[in-house]
Design a protein around this ligand. Structure first.
Ligand SMILES: [Fe+2]
Ligand SMILES: [Fe+2]
Length: 158
């Protein structure tokens, strides 16, 4: 069982400011699924999260923050849809459970976004922390299961 502490160092390792510039969360190669288009999408999610973080700790410009949260939600929904197409296409046996996780996450994020839009500051930071923690665990463990299944079945995703 992978501990939460290990999860944190694996995917979204917090960068030390003196060595890394502005980026807060860093993609770690150890967490790649090996499915090129999925890894690209996960990196996009990390990028959007980093952009959101920069705004929340930076100028806190409300419109920018709303736009980027919206972008994050839309892109994540798109990404989940892409994964779910693969589950159907290749008969992934844990399709139902995985889709339920996606749906619960979307519901939770939509609820959190409502809170952020009512009151910024800490709530936005809490949202980012929640997103980071959930996505780290989901990508490593839950997405890791279909990556492993595809590998075992020699499925090459185009
Ligand atoms: Fe994913
Ligand atoms: Fe997923």
């Amino acid at each position: 069982m992978i501990t939460f502490a290990l999860l944190n160092v694996c995917l979204f390792m917090e960068k030390k400011q003196e060595s890394t510039g502005n980026e807060f969360f860093q993609w770690d190669k150890a967490c790649e699924t090996g499915i090129a288009k999925i890894d690209v999408q996960h990196r996009v999610i990390v990028k959007i999260l980093n952009d959101l973080y920069d705004i929340v700790i930076g100028d806190k410009e409300e419109e920018k923050m709303k736009d980027i949260i919206h972008e994050l939600v839309q892109y994540t929904i798109y990404h989940f849809g892409e994964e779910e197409k693969l589950f159907k296409k290749y008969g992934f046996p844990l399709e139902k459970e995985h889709k339920e996780e996606h749906q619960k996450f979307i519901n939770k994020v939509k609820e959190s976004v409502r809170l952020v839009e009512e009151d910024k500051g800490m709530v936005a930071l809490e949202l980012i922390t929640f997103l980071k923690d959930w996505l780290t665990e989901h990508i490593m463990i839950t997405d890791g299961k279909y990556a492993e299944y595809f590998k075992q079945k020699n499925i090459i995703v185009e």
